[in-house]
Design a binder for this molecule. Structure first.
Ligand SMILES: [Zn+2]
Length: 476
């Protein structure tokens, strides 16, 4: 979920005439931004770069049609494999909560005062600060602003790094955003403080389950059951065991750089075709980005049946890159041009992620992946330049983190802007600038620091450079 920024408003006006982008929200919390979403009694069907795809209605929580709908976290919690425990990080400071949030707003001046008290390090002032940040986070969460809520927990943890309540609440927010690997960090810290917490084990199981690590999910949920029997965890364990059996029925293929898994429903011909295409893409990316991923990359082909059983979504539509390429191939028997683009796009994410030590921001990831798949700004240049002229272009720093919570419109615009910026960088200095930028990001304090050092441009400069480039390249 993102903060509502002015350009999201512009998008409704400017892009509503083009293909409507809707968001399909799955019961596991994952979001699929897609075009031409339709539904019948049993299935939801949508358009993808790999052709039309159908998923069973049973795994869909809801469809957000082309509007700025923000779901509340509590609703998502009911749809997760297990629910989140309710944990107050600090008790006995109810009056602090009332002072931190009043008149339907967060009192930032009050928070700042508590923060400077907390710097003194006294246990009471730290507890007060934690209670106030928790109150602010919960208030913002109720308003649908998960990103801001996350910020408040992280600020509180600076002073109270061992507060398991804060750590668990932060983990739950990441889980709601499908940031499963990120959620493991606060959970591991909480485990060090409270090794016998059933809540930690329950949430760890959820994180591993979301990351498709079934063995570890089962291990954590069994541990949770031993610590405190819970019918909900028991159900989740049954489900995870089924998923694991499903995965074990996958067939496998292997080449020098890829380990492929696919369900019996995909044909061996298609699997071989995909591996061939990926090996070609690998060589191309290796020379363009001057980088060779050190380990075999895993690829999983999904069919509709697998979607139904595993309730996972394709990741090509969004910024989700969990280290494996997950490709939906339902109804496809050969590597079509559209599927070829999806493969190149997804493989690019692996290269960019690894070369930058997983530090490339989302705008750069998606910009490079789109450029490598062959997409260009031709059809959107006019709309982007208009938006920038009205001061409604997004700022790159708002596009650094996860986009999984963006509405369909915001995501469409974010992708378009990211591509325009990357195109303009390549126009100025060639793909080698992108390659060197990724190396620099791996060691710099921030991406903007890296762009300043290497390209002598800060984010404002890059935004302006993109507008100038779009005008020059497409609108003369
Ligand atoms: Zn992508």
């Amino acid at each position: 979920m993102s903060r509502v920024t002015p350009w999201t408003v512009w998008l409704v006006l400017a892009l509503s005439s083009s293909a409507a982008a809707d968001t399909i929200v799955l019961k596991n919390g994952r979001r699929i931004v897609a075009e031409n979403v339709t539904e019948d009694a049993t299935h939801v069907t949508y358009q993808t770069p790999a052709g039309q795809l159908s998923i069973p209605k049973s795994i869909v929580a809801r469809i957000e049609h082309d509007s700025l709908t923000y779901s509340s976290a509590s609703r998502a919690a009911a749809e997760a494999p297990v629910t989140a425990p309710q944990i107050e990080p600090v008790r006995g400071y109810e009056e602090v909560a009332g002072l931190a949030v009043h008149d339907n707003t967060v009192d930032f001046a009050y928070l700042a005062r508590l923060e400077s008290d907390a710097r003194s390090g006294s246990a009471t002032s730290v507890a007060k600060f934690a209670a106030a940040q928790h109150a602010a986070a919960q208030f913002l969460l109720a308003k649908g602003d998960t990103e801001a809520a996350i910020d408040h927990y992280r600020q509180a943890l600076v002073f109270a790094p061992q507060n398991t309540g804060l750590l668990l609440n932060l983990a739950v927010l990441y889980l709601h955003q499908s940031q499963f690997t990120t959620a493991l960090d606060p959970l591991e810290r909480a485990r060090r403080v409270a090794p016998d917490s059933a809540d930690v084990a329950k949430l760890m199981g959820w994180a591993y389950y979301g990351a498709n690590k079934m063995d570890k999910a089962i291990e954590e949920w069994r541990r949770a059951e031993r610590l405190r029997p819970d019918p909900e965890v028991e159900q989740a364990l049954d489900k995870a065991a089924r998923d694991k059996a499903e995965e074990e029925s996958y067939r496998e293929g292997e080449t020098a750089h890829f380990a492929l898994k696919y369900y019996g429903g995909a044909t061996p011909d298609l699997a071989r075709g995909i591996l061939r295409a990926l090996e070609d893409d690998f060589r191309d990316l290796e020379s363009q980005l001057d980088y060779t991923p050190p380990e075999q990359i895993s690829v999983i082909l999904y069919t509709q049946q697998a979607f139904a059983d595993i309730t996972r979504a394709p990741s090509w539509a969004g910024a989700i890159n969990d280290g494996r390429l997950r490709i939906p191939v339902q109804g496809i028997t050969t590597v079509t041009p559209d599927l070829a683009r999806v493969l190149k796009h997804e493989l690019t994410h692996s290269f960019v992620g690894q070369k930058s030590h997983l530090r490339a921001p989302t705008w750069l990831q998606e910009g490079i992946a789109q450029w490598m798949e062959g997409r260009r700004s031709t059809s959107v240049a006019g709309a982007l330049v208009d938006a920038a002229g009205q001061g409604m272009a997004p700022r790159l720093d708002s596009l650094e983190g996860s986009w999984t919570g963006f509405s369909g419109n915001s995501a469409t615009f974010a992708y378009a802007w990211a591509l325009a910026v990357v195109e303009s960088i390549i126009d100025q200095g060639g793909v080698s600038d992108i390659s060197r930028l990724l190396d620099r990001i791996a060691t710099s304090t921030s991406t903007e620091a890296a762009t300043k050092e290497l390209l002598h441009s800060n984010y404002d400069d890059l935004d302006q450079q993109a507008v100038a480039y779009l005008k020059h390249a497409y609108l003369r």
